[in-house]
Design a protein around this ligand. Structure first.
Ligand code: HEC
Length: 247
């Protein structure tokens, strides 16, 4: 009986010491951290002072000639632009906050098809789309649009990027056909594992990318009568070659 009493007593002492022991004492060393979770780092908070720079400020002044992202930030929403008429003001209004097809890819309750009237479609427009596609989309969807981008091997076979050249994707009689407005929406808002690009790519460039994807698909379409993308040899883009040297 005494044995149990002593065990109980020992536990009670340890419990009390653990809970109430250090109360009121001041520690000078930081507590031992098993997972510091990057609580302390070499960094500067916005607007904070810093001894590192000679002027004592953490924030750095803007470098002469710096331009904001190469875009003109609109001074008022599209709805208010020039009495509600969008064309003519489009140079100033580049990101989606209007309601029209140009800004949403949607007409009524459905995705629209075809490029909006606000755009002048010429060779430069397509080249712009090609360039933007190469910057933003090619790493995943492949430079040829076949879904074989350089990051594909890292998806361990679980992640499949859309293959734009598949007939299911680009033939209008296919049940899973994606109209232009749908592709525009996917760029704007993302889908599934694909992130949204609405904040990175302005409206005009999004449409330019859509147009370029159509051009890629047309190349495949005209290349074979069976409208499939069975082989990437029919790829319209020669740059496709360098991309797939991993296989
Ligand atoms: C980080 C990789 C990645 C990048 C970059 C990327 N995508 Fe995707 N995309 C995906 C994945 C993954 C899917 C499949 C999403 C799903 O169905 O879950 C997809 C799907 C799509 C689809 C098909 C959506 C549908 O209706 O099923 C379209 C269209 C598309 N992407 C266009 C683009 C365009 C245009 C760009 C460049 C602006 C782009 N993607 C950039 C990964 C990416």
């Amino acid at each position: 009986m005494l044995k149990y009493f002593l065990i109980f007593w020992a536990f009670a002492v340890v419990f009390w010491a653990a809970l109430a022991g250090p109360r009121g004492s001041t520690f000078v060393k930081p507590p031992y951290e098993v997972f510091p979770d990057m609580d302390r780092q070499e960094k500067l908070k916005p607007q904070s002072a810093s001894a590192f720079f000679s002027d004592g400020m953490g924030s750095r002044p803007t470098i002469d000639g710096a331009v904001p992202m190469g875009l003109s930030i609109p001074d008022r929403p599209a709805q208010q632009a020039d009495g509600g008429v969008l064309s003519g003001s489009i140079d100033r209004v580049e990101f989606s906050y209007g309601n029209g097809y140009f800004y949403t890819g949607i007409i009524g309750e459905y995705y629209g098809d075809g490029l909006p009237d606000e755009l002048a479609i010429d060779a430069d427009f397509l080249l712009r789309g090609k360039e933007r596609y190469a910057i933003h989309c090619a790493i995943c969807h492949g430079i040829a649009g076949d879904g074989e981008g350089v990051v594909k091997p890292y998806g361990a076979g679980f992640v499949s990027m859309a293959n734009f050249l598949e007939s299911a994707f680009h033939r209008e009689d296919s049940e899973t056909y994606r109209p232009d407005g749908s592709i525009f929406q996917t760029i704007t808002n993302g889908r599934g594992l694909m992130g949204p690009y609405g904040a990175n790519i302005n409206v005009r460039d999004r449409w330019a990318i859509v147009a370029y994807i159509r051009a890629l698909q047309m190349g495949v379409h005209s290349g074979s009568d069976e409208g499939g993308a069975e082989s990437s040899d029919s790829s319209p883009s020669d740059e496709g070659e360098g991309q797939r040297d991993d296989s």
